[in-house]
Design a protein. Structure first.
Length: 277
């Protein structure tokens, strides 16, 4: 009886490992931002209720060296009053309402601090930290991570600024990072940049663990991913993917993660597709 159980156990284990190897991390873009005001504690808490594997937030350094969660350089779009984040103090920014622009029911949502967002992350989940400021934020981020308990969660730092990534690699060598890029098309030639080779070179130069790319299906295909890997960039995630068809496309290409405004919707779409196959 025992000799029969061992092969069965090995088979079940191998299937489970195979499923894990091909599953994508579903990351809530600025929290569950389709349903709640982006980059607020309500959006992040809702993302966890929607069973996201991770949340992504945008972070700026304030004039008094605090780190706050907001996407834009100023507060006009999400708080109604234009204040430049890096020229303002935390106290000034906390007086603003960052929720009611979405709907009256979200009124009185403050702009959160880095620490407040981190503290929403459940054990075993992932906190994706997009750095919007320049390199001056990195030592402050290190100090925050040194003082805050994050032993039981996963961290991923992302930035469009390769110098920021390089500084994070130097000061936070044990934290995974991805360099971010979108794509531009030359109207005359039709060619897209950056190329797979250019991405791989930037990732290698910055010391990043991989790349986060805008989910452009016109550019990213199996050949593009193969070329990146040949250049030494083995890991990628895509943003911002709200289409089930696109999510399935990038899943099949082996994306490390899929960032979406609609984590529950995209997870259900991928699980339904997997079950159907």
């Amino acid at each position: 009886m025992r000799s029969r159980l061992i092969p069965l156990f090995v088979f079940v284990a191998s299937v489970s490992l195979s499923q894990l190897a091909f599953s994508q991390m579903i990351v809530a873009h600025r929290g569950a931002s389709h349903d709640a005001p982006e980059n607020t504690l309500s959006a992040f808490r809702l993302a966890w209720k929607q069973n996201a594997d991770g949340v992504e937030g945008d972070f700026y350094l304030t004039a008094d060296s605090k780190i706050v969660c907001i996407h834009d350089k100023d507060t006009k779009r999400t708080a109604g009053k234009k204040i430049v984040v890096q020229d303002s103090t935390l106290a000034e920014l906390r007086q603003l309402d960052a929720g009611k622009w979405k709907d009256a029911k979200w009124a009185n949502e403050p702009i959160p601090t880095f620490a407040e967002v981190l503290q929403t992350v459940p054990e075993g989940r992932t906190f994706v930290i997009e750095i919007k400021s320049d390199e001056r934020i990195v030592p402050v981020l290190k100090s925050e991570l040194d003082r805050l308990d994050h032993a039981n969660i996963n961290l991923l730092i992302i930035s469009f600024n390769d110098k920021v990534i390089a500084d994070c690699k130097r000061l936070l060598p044990n934290v995974k990072s991805h360099w971010l890029t979108s794509f531009k098309q030359n109207k005359a030639t039709g060619k897209w940049t950056p190329t797979a080779d250019q991405i791989a070179k930037t990732v290698k130069k910055s010391g990043a663990s991989g790349v986060g790319m805008h989910g452009n299906t016109q550019v990213i295909d199996a050949a593009f991913i193969a070329a990146m890997k040949q250049g030494g960039c083995d890991e990628f995630h895509v943003w911002t993917v709200d289409s089930p068809a696109d999510a399935n496309y990038f899943s099949k290409l082996g994306a490390f993660g899929i960032t979406t405004n609609r984590p529950a919707f995209i997870r259900e779409a991928l699980e339904t597709k997997t079950a159907a196959n």
